[in-house]
Design a protein around this ligand. Sequence first.
Ligand code: SER
Length: 318
Amino acid sequence: MKNILVIGSTGQIGSELTAALRDQYGSQHVVAGYIPSAPPRDELREAGPSAVADVTDGGQLAAVVKEYKIDTIYNLAALLSVVAEQKPKLAWKIGIDGLWNVLEVARENGCAVFTPSSIGSFGPSTPHELTPQDTVQRPLTIYGVSKVTTELLSDYYFHKYGVDTRAVRFPGLISYVTPPGGGTTDYAVDIFYAAARGEKFVCPIAEGTRMDMMYMPDGLRAAMELMEADPSRLKHRNAFNVTAMSFAPENIYREIRRRMPDFTMEYQVDPLKQAIAESWPDSLDDSAAREEWGWRPQYGLASMTRDMLEKLSERLGA
Ligand code: SER
């Protein structure tokens, strides 16, 4: 049986991944790791073990890993792209110094490690259409620099020490549970909140700017399926392109309007977000993930929009 530690269990991905892992492996086998400034909410704390696990404190991580006999770590501590530009030093401290701590603890205790990369690991010189699995990665953001470093360091620990590191490059993740904070793809979540509240949406990304996106249930499945994949089939490790859809603001706006004809949107482009978005791929080629571990998304734009609007309206009581 696996004993799993989720670092960053109260964040955008962690809050849902912790619950999904508990469903799959049993609640007592999944420890919700958190930092004191972002404690778990009641349902997360009551459903299974939780522990303070600050990625910047290697000694603390080692103690939690030993106490709970952890064999798999999902390392989800990170700042998203826009906020990382405002706090580059902190982004590096969490993303890279923190990763170093995680990999060292994993090496000493024989743990497998999942540390997500991102479409942000690509940059302006990357081919933008059907971005290949193996291609130029020269991002201009600190978020991207830290994600490329994450990929390299994770591969290094696999080749040098045999640590079972695996990862995907997540596209923008869309969910009705925990909102993202400070990302470039956040607009694709915020637009649903505006629609469900009956408000006009002010879009910070320009018309025609396509980015890869994924509904959170597919994102959780991608992480869990990759960690269960037969290692003998993996030619790549850190990190696999995965995608479910690629759209621009006008596409998602049109899809929401099909269900809510009164919904309106206007553009007020944010120059930082727009510059980051333009440097990222328009669409990813995820054939390596499909071939090496059977990746298949289940949600497209229409099915995600239907589910998001239903669930969010329920949650917001609209
Ligand atoms: N969702 C992230 C961001 O926008 C990209 O991986 O920063």
